[in-house]
Design a protein around this ligand. Structure first.
Ligand SMILES: Cc1cc2nc3c(=O)[nH]c(=O)nc-3n(C[C@H](O)[C@H](O)[C@H](O)COP(=O)(O)OP(=O)(O)OC[C@H]3O[C@@H](n4cnc5c(N)ncnc54)[C@H](O)[C@@H]3O)c2cc1C
Length: 378
């Protein structure tokens, strides 16, 4: 492929959002340079569960975007020989109110979603023998979720894209200034392009700090754990508290009464924004989380008590016999406070910010890049 005849694009950031925009722009005929300040991507995109999770997105634009992203993930992983698994997901329901919400969700949504079904207790325990036998009443099964090992996938995709597309990656190269059609790096080199897309994640103080200061944003700070390998193979899991965390569940008839119940029965989990997500990688290790603490600045100190609350809740819904924690870390992501999941805005001539999917960037970024670049250049 000849790069010299192509129009040029620059992408800042090699997290999932930067990778999605680089891929989409290259497919639309651009020669793309991606600048990433770290030697390897190390932001939100390598700290997550690797869940591509359409069941959490509301029907309409965001669900369609999640399904589009899922297709792209599968195609890309197959082409680049990156591990991925079509697990579907199980949401465990552990009390009558959760079971009622499960029924309401299925009744409202099953017409529009692939493979959605309510499992009774027997079906749940045969699909997931590790479900807590005493507490489990049933589950929502959804067929659309896939898992990748984020820390591997996000770092291997650049190799594949640079081999197969007109994309060059510049790792260890911070962009310190952006002007219309031009950027300057920390090594004082300048590069020019017809279009510049800033995919900076939660880094708010380097480029256009006044734009980020004025924007309706905050940063979510999450505690995460990884287990040593377990003997069982499990699907991707969430549980009742996730009814409070995804837009897809909003405004079910029993939503308000459930939130009240959670405040009474899981007050500490509610306070720390805890719900349970578990993904299993190809080494049978479990990635487990998470908590949510919101604010522009966070101290770097992880709270053992918050990890304990996550694990207490895990033990209410699952019984995992050979279970030992191997790693703990924190993750951050930028979150829009106006409830949107997309921030794509021209902040200076031909300079765009692409951000905003919050806790669903693995699920939405490929679809968002396709939709927004289609609108921009067809
Ligand atoms: C703990 C956790 C769990 C999550 N789980 C999931 C999940 O399972 N499924 C899901 O869909 N979503 C999940 N998310 C959300 C998802 O990870 C994020 O939405 C997504 O990774 C954001 O991608 P990004 O590319 O915008 O940001 P990042 O991944 O943070 O990438 C931004 C990159 O830009 C670089 N950068 C910034 N400024 C500059 C500069 N000036 N010059 C050069 N480089 C720069 C940074 O170094 C960074 O690598 C989770 C998030 C967290 C934190």
């Amino acid at each position: 492929m000849k790069t010299s005849l192509r129009p040029k694009a620059i992408v800042v950031g090699a997290g999932i959002m930067g990778l999605a925009y680089a891929k989409t722009l290259a497919e639309r005929g651009y020669s793309v340079d991606v600048f990433e300040k770290s030697e390897k991507a190390s932001g939100s995109s390598i700290r997550n569960f690797g869940m591509v999770w359409p069941v959490g997105q509301p029907i309409g634009k965001l669900y369609n975007r999640a399904i589009k992203s899922r297709e792209i993930w599968i195609e890309l992983c197959k082409a680049a020989n990156i591990w991925h698994k079509k697990t579907g997901s199980i949401q465990l329901l552990s009390n009558p109110l959760e079971l009622e919400l499960g029924k309401e969700f299925i009744e409202r949504e099953s017409f529009n979603r692939e493979g959605l079904q309510l499992l009774d207790k027997k079906q749940t325990l045969s699909t997931l023998p590790l479900a807590n036998k005493k507490n489990t009443l049933g589950a929502i099964f959804s067929g659309t979720e896939i898992i990748v090992e984020a820390r591997e996938a996000i770092r291997r995709i650049p190799d594949y894209l640079s081999e197969t597309q007109t994309i060059r990656f510049h790792f260890g190269c911070a962009v310190i200034e952006v002007m219309p059609n031009k950027i300057r790096t920390a090594t004082n080199k300048t590069y020019e392009a017809e279009i510049i897309v800033i995919c900076n994640g939660y880094e708010l103080n380097t480029l256009y700090p006044s734009v980020f200061k004025a924007a309706p944003i905050t940063i979510s700070h999450l505690q995460m754990l990884r287990s040593e390998r377990i003997s069982a193979m499990i699907p991707a899991i969430c549980a009742g508290l996730s009814f409070l965390h995804y837009k897809s569940y909003e405004k079910l008839p029993s939503s308000a009464i459930y939130e009240h119940w959670v405040k009474e029965n899981y007050p500490k989990q509610h306070y720390h924004g805890i719900h349970l997500l578990i993904s299993q990688n190809y080494q049978n290790q479990l990635t487990i989380g998470d908590s949510h603490d919101y604010g522009i600045h966070h101290d770097p100190f992880q709270l053992e008590s918050v990890d304990d609350l996550i694990l207490d809740y895990l033990n209410d819904v699952l019984e995992i016999p050979d279970f030992k924690i191997a790693q703990r870390w924190t993750g951050q992501y930028l979150k829009l406070k106006n409830g949107d999941s997309e921030w794509f805005q021209e902040i200076e001539q031909n300079v765009w910010v692409a951000n905003g999917p919050g806790g669903a960037g693995m699920t939405l970024s490929f679809g968002m890049a396709e939709d927004t670049i289609n609108q921009l250049i067809g």
